[in-house]
Design a protein around this ligand. Structure first.
Ligand code: KG4
Ligand code: ZN
Length: 334
């Protein structure tokens, strides 16, 4: 049981996120520093540059967040950090800082699973879901359907057999010449595109099951793009066709997962959860079919410190204790 707020640190990839969360008062402050511009010229995240930038930004961000929360470090009751999965050097920056800070303050530190953070991010909102619920976790590294029976009790219902949903967005954007990170840009283009000019298949929806596969879709887009006039208008139309196929596929599988589990609530998490078409389509399906859907606000769909502070606070409250060893898990099943 912890009576004081928990500091959360996220540094698994290319965002440094810091937040302070209090189990009674909610989120007190959060700050994010994105390294996107640093990596853009390389067309992807460069792990060593990511680690160095976390080193540079983390402590200033901790100070800034504490000040915004009106807290002194002595006001903290615990420190949570992302322990994996992610880039090892990037993870170690957050883990070392969190463990050192907690040790010096004589408060507990806790390593949080990045995906559990994403999964619980909707709990940061005023209208929070209650377990049991089904979660669609769609990020740059994952596309999973998870049954959340209780907080801390997760069952994997479906997974991707190849590319993750966000990865498919990013790779599709890249093959049409959009700069890294292409997912959000592709989504913006799709909004201007014409519906129906390009129709791609909805992978693996023609057979039972909750797994995903997106690499075939990407290949279909590549062929359509290569055989087109490659104009700006066509790029937007292809983007529209891709986004519609992706969103349809995710919606169909979410409905199946709700049916299979009997759950009445659906939670959307991870970076692709920021996608406007996905949000609109699922909200519409929910009102039509009588289930509830919960989304974190878009800034808490992508990587952030708030979800880590929240997940850590819940684990500390549940009495979970860890040794002082600085351990990270670049690969780690939920
Ligand atoms: O959760 P996240 O920030 O990082 C990971 O843990 O992977 O997710 C990032 C992913 C990227 O692949 C990005 O292209 C995708 O989320 N993404 C989007 C949108 N915003 C971010 N994909 C589609 N539409 C968006 N609006
Ligand atoms: Zn993430």
């Amino acid at each position: 049981p912890i009576a004081k707020p928990v500091l959360g640190i996220e540094s698994s990839c290319d965002e440094t996120g810091v937040a302070v969360y209090d189990l009674e008062r909610g989120l007190l402050a959060h700050r994010l520093y994105s390294q996107v511009r640093l990596h853009a010229e390389y067309g992807g995240v460069v792990p060593e540059l990511a680690s160095r930038d976390h080193v540079r930004k983390l402590l200033p961000l901790v100070r800034e967040t504490l000040a915004a929360a009106g807290l002194d470090v002595a006001g903290l009751g615990g420190v949570a950090y992302t322990a994996g999965p992610g880039l090892i050097g990037a993870l170690l920056v957050g883990a070392a800082a969190a463990r050192a800070l907690a040790w010096s303050l004589e408060v507990p530190a806790i390593g949080v699973h990045h995906m559990e953070g994403h999964l619980l991010a909707p709990l940061l909102e005023a209208e929070a879901p209650q377990a049991p619920f089904v979660a669609l976790l769609v990020s740059g590294g994952h596309s999973m359907l998870i049954a959340v029976d209780a907080i801390g009790s997760y069952r994997l219902l479906g997974d991707t057999l190849d590319d993750a949903a966000g990865e498919a967005f990013d790779k599709t954007a890249k093959l049409m010449g959009l700069p890294y990170p292409g997912g959000p840009q592709l989504a913006r283009l799709a909004e201007q595109g014409q519906s129906g000019r390009f129709r791609f298949s909805r992978p693996m929806t023609d057979r039972p099951g909750l797994d995903f596969s997106f690499s075939g879709l990407k290949t279909q887009v590549l062929l359509a793009w290569q055989n087109s006039d490659q104009s700006d208008a066509t790029r937007a139309d292809v983007a529209r066709g891709f986004e519609e196929a992706m969103v349809d596929t995710l919606r169909i599988k979410c409905l199946r997962a709700l049916e299979a589990t009997g759950a009445k609530s659906l939670v959307i998490a991870g970076g692709v959860g920021a996608n406007r078409r996905l949000r609109a389509q699922l909200a519409e399906a929910a009102s039509r079919q009588g289930f509830r859907v919960f989304f974190p606000r878009p800034e808490f769909c992508t990587d952030n410190g708030a979800m880590i502070a929240l997940a850590g606070a819940l684990r500390l409250q549940a009495g979970q204790l860890e040794s002082n060893a600085i351990k990270v898990f670049p690969r780690w099943d939920l």
